[in-house]
Design a protein around this ligand. Structure first.
Ligand SMILES: NC(=O)c1ccc[n+]([C@@H]2O[C@H](COP(=O)([O-])OP(=O)(O)OC[C@H]3O[C@@H](n4cnc5c(N)ncnc54)[C@H](O)[C@@H]3O)[C@@H](O)[C@H]2O)c1
Length: 366
């Protein structure tokens, strides 16, 4: 199969869908790989590294879309890409179709076999192609929160670790899932005093165990959240109810009780945010203030660290990519139920139930 990797065109998107060892793996399996010139530069990967791994470097994105049997990307197709998709072509990327009817209809019209990273799902309900981005966002949340607490960023002027004779910062993490449990050891490692709040006692027990008593874990309820948030220097919002809008755990009233210059990093902003006053921001203008509380609400946090994020993403996308290239899409989804859940459109029909339900369409079997 010819596998094509165009340069991402979404604003602030510096990740790329394949790294040189991935190219080498496709070539080793007998496939050819076309990479658009400059596709890896945002992640620090020059054309020469792809060429050395066996890729052919192509000047124009159009010739990739024309020739590739499978196009591998990071973000959904946009602009000209929407018109270059071809009937029967396989598209393997993040899509988030349930909130994008226009794109869903374009994929149906072009009869694209679209596999969405975010809906590939294992039997235990986990989403293996989404997890690494939550790991990145959770760890980054502490780093960004620490910067926002500096006086120059409008924060309280508090050092996360404190110093001898001076208290450390109080960090409250809402949600002990992938993002929250990745934020936790970074905050502890930086010397903060950390409280983690979740609804799920299993998650709290797990964090309590691995952190060996160096954090406080609390059951999520209105009283615990109010008491902790009002005393926090930094709150990290990392809750998720799969498939639903994030629950609003910090109301405007509670925000008003927070200390001037304290910081909220709402990681859950991509699901609507868990703080009433949150709205999505970008890497070029990441923060705003409401009631003297600094809000950091960047919806694609991994974009700040594209080198790490590219390798984390491609570590988990390569295996399924090879399955598709080796077997063709129909055979690959027949053999792998997790990948079947990733197939969102095929032959002009929607094949993913939540997407079909979002738009009142029929869901086709494959
Ligand atoms: N902004 C970004 O760039 C970015 C990047 C990656 C992930 N995310 C988002 O981060 C959020 C967390 O993702 P994740 O992978 O860690 O999810 P996860 O499912 O692993 O964890 C979510 C946790 O929230 C807990 N929870 C749900 N309702 C709660 C409540 N009312 N009180 C306390 N805890 C509650 C769950 O029990 C679970 O432990 C998601 O919204 C995800 O989309 C954002």
């Amino acid at each position: 199969m010819i596998v094509g990797v165009p340069k991402e065109i979404k604003q602030d998107e510096n990740r790329v869908a394949i790294v040189p060892p991935g190219v080498a793996a496709f070539v080793h399996h007998g496939h050819s790989v076309l990479v658009e010139s400059g596709a890896g530069l945002g992640s620090g990967i020059p054309d020469a590294a792809y060429r050395a791994a066996g890729a052919r470097i192509v000047k124009r994105a159009a010739s990739i879309w024309e020739r590739a049997g499978m196009v591998i990307k990071v973000k959904e197709p946009l602009g000209d890409e929407l018109t270059m998709m071809r009937e029967g072509q396989i598209l393997y990327t993040y899509l988030h179709l349930a909130s994008n009817e226009k794109l869903t209809r374009a994929l149906m019209r072009h009869k694209v076999a679209a596999v969405a990273y975010e809906t590939v799902q294992l039997d235990d309900g986990s989403l293996p192609l989404l997890t690494p981005m939550s790991e990145v966002a959770g760890r980054l949340a502490v780093q960004k929160g620490a910067q926002c607490l500096e006086a120059g960023s409008g924060g309280r002027g508090v050092l996360l670790s404190g110093v001898s004779g001076v208290k450390p910062a109080h960090v409250v993490i809402l949600g002990a899932g992938v993002a929250g449990s990745n934020a936790c050891p970074i905050a502890v490692g930086m010397g903060a005093q950390v409280t983690v709040i979740d609804l799920n006692p299993v998650r709290l027990r797990y964090l309590n165990d691995i952190m060996r008593g160096r954090i406080t874990t609390l059951m999520s309820n209105t009283a615990n959240i109010a008491e902790e948030v009002a005393q926090a220097d930094l709150v990290i919002g990392a809750v998720l109810i799969t498939g639903a809008r994030a629950p609003r755990l910090i109301t405007r009233g509670l925000l008003k009780r927070m200390r001037a210059g304290s910081v909220v990093v709402d990681v859950a902003i991509d699901q609507g945010g868990c703080i009433e006053t949150s709205r999505p921001t970008t890497h070029s203008a990441p923060t705003f203030r409401v009631d003297d509380v600094v809000h950091y609400c960047v919806a694609n946090m991994p974009g700040a660290v594209p080198r790490t994020a590219t390798y984390a993403l491609t570590n988990v996308t390569l295996g399924h990519g090879l399955e598709i290239a080796d077997n063709g899409i129909e055979e690959a989804v027949a053999q792998d139920p997790a990948l079947r859940k990733g197939l969102n459109t095929f032959g002009g029909r929607v094949t993913c139930r939540p997407v079909a339900e979002a738009f009142g369409m029929d869901c086709a079997e494959v």
